[in-house]
Design a protein. Sequence first.
Length: 353
Amino acid sequence: MAAPGPTSHTARQGDIPEPLALTNDLLAVYRQVLSGRVRGPLAGQEAAGGEERVQRAVDALIDHGLVEVAADVGDSSVRLRATNPVVRLAEMVAARERGLRDHEREVEQLRVMATTLVNEFQADRERRAVTVLEHLTEPAEIVARLEELYAHGDRELRIFVTNRQQAEALEQAKASDLDLLRRGIRVRLLCLESLLNDRAHLEYMLWYTSQGAEIRLVPTLPLRMILQDERVAVVAADGEDPSQGALILRGHGIVRALGALFERYWESGYSYASDRGAAPATSSSELTPAQAEIVAMMARGSKDDAIARQLGVSVRTVRRMTSELVARLGVDSRFAFGVEAVRRGWVPGGPAS
């Protein structure tokens, strides 16, 4: 076997060469070094190119510290000597294990960094996002989306309540309602005052306020609406046709605008006592909010059915309330009622306003 050439070198302390592959050439050379054979062909490799393969095996063993070059004292010849593989291989295994641990830490740090950057990117995208519109028509799909919104809210839930629900549905909703409050979410409901005429809704409102929700009443609301924080709004696609489903709106601009609408109605709303309370009369006209809304809508030329939808009551109730107002002014027609209502300042912008 040929002695190491000029390119051969000894392993340096702390070096971590490439992983060592235990080939037939490597094992044969190592055995010859152990036997003290420093020269002569590698068994079975007399063919062309054999010496080059032997040299590569010698270099690999030296690189990994399994063989070292030693010169005898007083002798200029160079020979190879095998080192204790237990020590060197243990060092190699330990070094590789340290490298793997370092690699695993780097991978974990990359995962953490990736998660952080993705979250930051998504948050920035959400902040910059233009309004995204989604139209849902299937009732089950709408319910599922509302449950998802309730689950992901973290600050406040604001709702326009315009529809009357069955007592069973109100009872079933209590579990999720309590969950919202227990998570520290502020819940504010603006309800049509006509809902107080329904015993189930009255009991539900009393229960919900006792748990920490805030509820106010108003005579009219423009549409059913749910606002989750300042991120998402759910509004009725058509306030007069429930079959049209709901619109999911995202984007700070539109949600903030709808939030301002909610706050305006909230300021005009009133709370109620356990005896159902009474709507405060307006100081100028001594009308209840519901009566004032009827007068205003009549002045705009609204029909009885449109007024009923706005108030959340029946057309029969609107006609009864209208008749009471007409009789109160001592007139006998809607036209005369309008003239007298303007004169008394019951209509915004009238003489007494």
